[in-house]
Design a protein around this ligand. Structure first.
Ligand SMILES: [Zn+2]
Length: 501
């Protein structure tokens, strides 16, 4: 049997986001993709240039997704499940899809590491015969995004074949064995993958950090890699892993070029300092919606100083969904239904599927003082947070917040890269300046700082190190010069061979 793996990179090269890595195991005859994301800035540009286009061809022509002729996979994209928003609504499209079956394909699966769109958004377009492997909560968040987003082709997930896992499970695709292990990141349900191929062990990190509240999860990945490395000869009887070493590490490097000393604890400490004596009546705060740790940090501050914490009905939908079926205890808190400081602003007038869930939740809450309408905002006087996710929320500030109050803006956003919820910061800050609202930035990143990436790589000790999800892959080359490993910089659509010889 051949012991050979081919890796081909179709995204996340020299940039942050849009990871799509094709792993072809020639020995085991298995082909899988590691993530199938869409780069956020590339997609925004596409939408700006082609606001009405609903064709995969347009996406592939712009290289937002790889062209079919560039991928050695039969029929990777769906023939029937592509939604056209100019023609119909989702329910109508779902009906049209009844009985439709995509042609057979030779891709054995797509593994989604975590529910940030730059890692999964391409799955809306794939052949429905391809199994999508992802975490239980990862899928839940992806579905919540889809249900609460505009009915557009990039959010249409109908017909996908999900195969769900949790940490501790083992995925087997033919003879390929994969261990998904949780890692800490700025969103729950993030995983790294340990892949036992015919050529040796390959590790794919997804996005991770080592300074977050759940940093022990990332330590679990390192530990599991070491354990798997010790299983020399056990996984495959005719093959022993060379030196019990990882043959290739595909490692995210968002912050390989810069770091700061930070942690969620420091965020909390800084917020406490700001709130100890607060000369402001309200605070507008902003961060990625499903950055659960940040959400908890703010709600804790709101409770401590007895401020209201105003979130939108859509935010409440997300949090409630995660509360309800929390796998990790950390996601039961804050609890939307029971936390009195959390106030829900009924904001979204359009009809969405998720509205029913929200209505049920409001019924459960029952207390009228915890529910607000936009028109109630003008009566607010003091001691409230207003959480915003996007520039659309700025209209609320402009049109509804009382002008005579003294406000402060705290940017606590995810990294200033193309990840989730990129906000037009210039627009926000200029308008806030006009309004006389000063701003602060209190933040801890979802990505590892240079120290931690180096430590992580040293712990994994791979033969080959392949940086991805970074604008500075060459930093890896410089930082690991002379080490007992080879740094390989991926090139778009140029397969890279890994053999066990
Ligand atoms: Zn991410």
């Amino acid at each position: 049997m051949e012991h050979r793996v081919k890796l081909t990179f179709y995204g996340g090269i020299n940039k942050v986001g849009g990871n799509k890595v094709l792993l072809e195991d020639l020995g085991y005859d298995v082909k899988i993709f590691l993530d199938f994301g869409i780069n956020t800035s590339e997609f925004s540009k596409f939408r700006k240039d082609f606001p009405y286009t609903n064709e995969i061809k347009a996406l592939t022509d712009c290289h937002v997704l790889p062209r079919e002729i560039d991928i050695p996979i039969k029929d990777i994209y769906s023939k029937y499940f592509i939604f056209n928003h100019t023609n119909s609504q989702y329910p109508q499209k779902v009906k049209e899809c009844e009985g439709k079956v995509d042609p057979p394909t030779d891709l054995d699966g797509i593994l989604i590491s975590h529910p940030h769109r730059d890692h999964y958004r391409g799955i809306s377009f794939v052949n429905r015969n391809i199994p999508i492997y992802t975490g239980v909560v990862t899928k839940r968040i992806i579905k919540a995004y889809s249900r609460s987003s505009a009915q557009r082709f990039e959010n249409f997930l109908h017909g996908l074949k999900w195969i769900l896992f949790r940490t501790g499970n083992v995925i087997q695709i033919k003879k390929l064995v994969i261990y998904p292990i949780h890692v800490d990141h700025s969103i729950p349900a993030a995983y790294g993958f340990i892949i036992c191929t015919s050529a040796g062990i390959i590790v794919y990190t997804g996005d991770f950090r080592m300074h977050g509240p759940l940093q022990l999860m990332t330590a679990d990945l390192i530990k599991k890699v070491k354990d798997v490395c010790k299983t020399k000869g056990q996984i495959e009887s005719d093959f022993t892993y060379r030196e019990g070493r990882v043959i290739a590490l595909i490692c995210e490097g968002t912050h390989i070029h810069k770091g700061s000393i930070e942690s969620e604890r420091i965020v909390k400490r800084h917020l406490r300092k700001l709130f100890k004596i607060i000369p402001f009546d309200y605070a507008i705060v902003q961060y990625g919606r499903v950055d659960w740790d940040r959400f908890r940090t703010y709600v804790d501050i709101a409770k401590k100083y007895n401020w209201k914490y105003i979130i939108s009905d859509k935010d409440a939908y997300f949090y409630n969904r995660l509360n309800k079926k929390a796998i990790y205890d950390s996601m039961k808190d804050p609890n939307i239904e029971n936390t009195d400081n959390i106030v829900i602003l009924l904001q979204e007038k359009r009809k969405f599927q998720w509205k029913e869930d929200v209505n049920q939740m409001l019924k459960n809450i029952g207390k009228s003082e915890r529910i607000m309408h936009l028109s109630d905002l003008k009566d607010l006087n003091k001691n409230f947070f207003l959480y915003i996710t996007s520039i659309y929320d700025y209209d609320i500030i402009k049109n509804y917040l009382p002008k005579d109050l003294r406000g402060v803006f705290i940017s606590s956003n995810v990294d200033p890269y193309a990840e989730e919820y990129r906000m037009d910061k210039r627009f926000i800050s200029t308008d806030l300046l006009d309004r006389g609202v000063p701003s602060y930035r209190v933040h801890a990143s979802g990505h590892s700082k240079p120290h931690d990436i180096i430590r992580f790589v040293n712990e994994i000790n791979p033969e080959k190190l392949i940086p991805i999800h970074t604008e500075h892959p060459d930093f890896f080359r410089k930082l690991f010069k002379g080490e007992r490993l080879e740094v390989v910089l991926p090139i778009y659509n140029i397969p890279f061979d890994i053999t066990s010889s």
